[in-house]
Structure formats: C-alpha cells, structure tokens
Write a protein that binds this ligand. Sequence first.
Ligand code: 5AD
Ligand code: SF4
Length: 382
Amino acid sequence: MTALWNHLISCNLSDTIRQILQKKDFSREDLIALLSDNNPENARLITEKAYKVKETVVGRKVLLRGLIELSNICSKNCLYCGIRAGNYNVNRYVLQEEEVLAAAEFAYKQHFGSIVIQSGERSDLAFTDYIDGLLQKIKKQTYGGLAVTLSCGEQKASVYKNWLESGAHRYLLRIEASNPELFRYIHPNDSHHTYEKRLKALKVIQQTGYQAGTGVMIGLPGQTIENLADDLLFFKDIDIDMIGMGPYVPHEKTPLVIDHGMIPSVEERVRLSLRMISLLRILMPEINIASTTALETLIPDGKKAGILAGANVVMVNLTPQKQRENYLLYKNKAGIYNDEWKDFQGFIKMVDRSGETVLWDKAGSSCHFLKKMNVLSEILNE
Ligand code: 5AD
Ligand code: SF4
C-alpha cells in the first residue's frame, strides 16, 4: 500500500514538473519547485528539456578557453577563498610576462580560439598597467586571433575601458551570491567588500562594451533554495551574456569553513549545481554557460556532467605547472597535479562519445551578446 501511495505521489509530482516544463517562462515559484525536486524521473525530464534547448539553440558544441592564472596576490579577503589576503600559508606569485605570452601562444597554436586571464584582485597601477601591456602583446603576437576574457576583479571604469581598448573582449565578475544578505555573510564587513560596489562594477563592465559574465557559488552556508531561484532571476534581470557557477567547496584555511556543518552534502551540492545549469539553459538559451572546475573537483567527470546538463564552455588550465598548486581557491582543486593537457585529450574523446563536438579556432562569443549588439556577420562566422 505504501509503495503504491508513494508511486501515486511521485506520478503527481512528475505531472506538476512536466506542466512547469511546458511553460514559456518560469516564475519564482516554478524555479523553487524545479530546484527542490529530487525525484530521479523528474531529474531526467529537466535535464532532457535543458539539453534539447541547448541542442536547438547553441548546438551540441563545446567552446574552449585556455585558462591562465596570472597571479594569486589578492587585496581582498573573501571568507570562502583559499587565496584571500589573510591566508599567510599561500606562496604568492605573479607570472612573468614570458610565461603568460608562452601560454597564450600555446593556446593559439593549439587552436583554442580563446583564453581567460584570471587573477586575484589588485588595483595598483603596476598591476593594471601590466595587464594592459600583456593584452597588447597577446593581440600582436596572435594577430588578433585569440578572444581574451579577463577575470581580475573590481576595477575603476577607466581601467575597464583601457583593458577593452588594449584587446580584452569579455569580463567575468561573479556576484557570488545575488542576495545582499548572503553576500554580506560570506564577505568581511568593510567598505572593500560591498554588494553595492560589486553590482556597480558589473554594470560598468556591461556599459563599457564587454561580453559580461557573472556567477554564484552553490551550496554556501545559509543559502536557501529561494536564494538560488533568485540567482537565476537575477542573471536574467541583468541580461548577462555568460555564466560560471559551481558548487561551493570549503577550504580549511578560510573563516567560512567553521560553518561546514551548515552546507549541503557533496551529492546535494552537485545535484543543485547541475540543476542550476539546466534551468539557466532553459531560461537563457543563448548565453554561454561554463562547466566549472569546482564541479570536476567534487565528482569524477564533473565537467562532462555539466556539459550534458546544458553548459557549453570548458576551461583548460594552461597555468605553468609549478604555480598551479598556489592557486588553490578551494580544497582538492581538480587538475593541480595531473597533466591537464593529457586529461584534456581524454576529455575530448569523452565529449566526442557523448555526441558533442569541440569547436576549434572559434572565438566562441556568447550568441546572446552578439544578437544584442546586432553583429550578424560575427554570428555567421561563429
Ligand atoms: N568554493 C568554490 N568556488 C570558490 N571560489 C572561490 N573560493 C571558492 C570556494 N571555496 C570561486 C569564486 C570566485 C572564483 C574565482 O572562484 O566564485 O569568483
Ligand atoms: Fe580575491 Fe577573488 Fe579570492 Fe575574493 S574570491 S579573495 S577577490 S581571489
């Protein structure tokens, strides 16, 4: 009797999820229902729908970015991050110009089409000028053949503008948590870490003309399903072009780790991360969504799982091997000690077997951005 009852309840829930999935747009309540449901049959329905949307809109294609972790020196003290200024156990580094140019050249010669330069946040002139020079040299060296994404934190409007003029095309600045209270909970309570400044910087990035990306961590202490639903609506509301979001992974040398008991299990953080990717693909079909290293850190083949959930971008770490272990944002970060290039060859084969195609030599711009800018010629070339 109980089994029959459970079966009837689950059929009913499937019906509701089925009905929600047929809608053109999701309300906040719909998103909450879709995020909280952990019935395996419904999970299949949601993933299937997201994958179908992905297939028809951006195709079964994986866009590549070579990741260069330029420096782990950071002036900020985010409570969750392993390279926060207050962690004195970190060997700080800045890659030499030759190292960055060699990594960019490697990406170009290997037909990546695009790189991401990521760094801890610094706003001193020595740093901002260094980035400026690098952008100009990369552009010259690769004949403008590499699309460059920067992820170097909050900066003044004039700095964002200079970097764009020197050759950057895209900028990633995660909001980390779109709920101001949760944002405050995971950052120090000072004027250097405010929600308002983060939001303002994101707006300036968009206004400057970048393809703009943001994202959140999933499974943070104190984070609710409602917060996650609001994160998705926030991305839509600010009309973002690219998203990188993944599970929160505690780092033992950070203050937030004391709240470890408050976070969902690894399984649940993975489930929620994949569900967030699928729902966002349905909500914003034309944007670029990354399958993150944090996901790969929590489950084997995490990047592939992200792709099959609806993501279409993967980053390959091209940071010189000797510095990779110093860019530890969180515990057991994937790809630190293994030869990621070799892993990557395996990844490509696996992607192939899943019926996806890796796109070589493509800038891999966000279709959402190109359409907004009305750059039809570029859409045809993409
Ligand atoms: N777990 C998951 N992601 C993290 N990041 C920083 N620390 C962690 C962590 N402990 C992410 C943040 C940041 C990006 C560079 O790495 O979202 O924006
Ligand atoms: Fe610095 Fe970014 Fe880490 Fe915050 S999340 S401490 S800004 S590297």
